[in-house]
Design a protein around this ligand. Structure first.
Ligand code: RP5
Length: 160
């Protein structure tokens, strides 16, 4: 199936955070592609894969990076599609990456999720796709219902 979401990591060292995104996308059965390309080490590769991905029908990009995390901004430079940014904590707490991503100047916003929240990035990407895809929208509704049920059940188990 043609991928609808492209996940790009600034480094192979960000893989643990990408795995959180992949786990959710697999649960929702949304096809995605995964690439590694750095905004400062391989800027040409970022340009190439984002342009190719956009032309091939990628609807949402997820950029995952730590430290001076300019990768999501670099992705946004080459696509009109929405870009979601995931700041990674590289033993610094992650606020450096969070601020680098969230503080994008006009008119190139990055939908920024919390530090290390690859899971929420996947949910948000799926919600964008759910705007026009009923099946995916329903899967997100079910996932949220199941989670709410889990919370209710744990409440009953803990509070007698
Ligand atoms: C960023 O620098 C990457 O996204 C990674 O989070 C961080 C460290 O990269 P490595 O030095 O481990 O390749 O560009």
């Amino acid at each position: 199936m043609t991928p609808k979401i492209m996940i790009i990591l600034g480094s192979g060292s960000d893989i643990a955070i990408a795995e959180k995104s992949m786990k959710i996308l697999e649960k929702l059965e949304i096809p995605y592609s995964l690439k590694i390309a750095s905004a400062h080490r391989t800027p040409d590769l970022v340009r190439e894969i984002v342009i190719q991905g956009t032309n091939a029908g990628i609807e949402v990009f997820i950029g995952i990076a730590g430290l001076a995390a300019h990768l999501p901004g670099a992705i946004a430079a080459y696509t009109p599609r929405p870009v979601i940014g995931v700041p990674v904590d590289v033993k610094t707490g992650g606020v450096d990456a969070l601020e680098s991503i969230v503080q994008m100047p006009y008119p190139s916003p990055i939908a920024t999720v919390g530090i290390d929240r690859g899971d929420n990035a996947a949910i948000l990407a799926a919600q964008f796709i759910g705007l026009h895809d009923d099946e995916i929208r329903q899967k997100i509704i079910n996932l949220r219902k199941n989670y709410a049920l889990k919370v209710k059940n744990s409440n009953e188990e803990i509070i007698q």
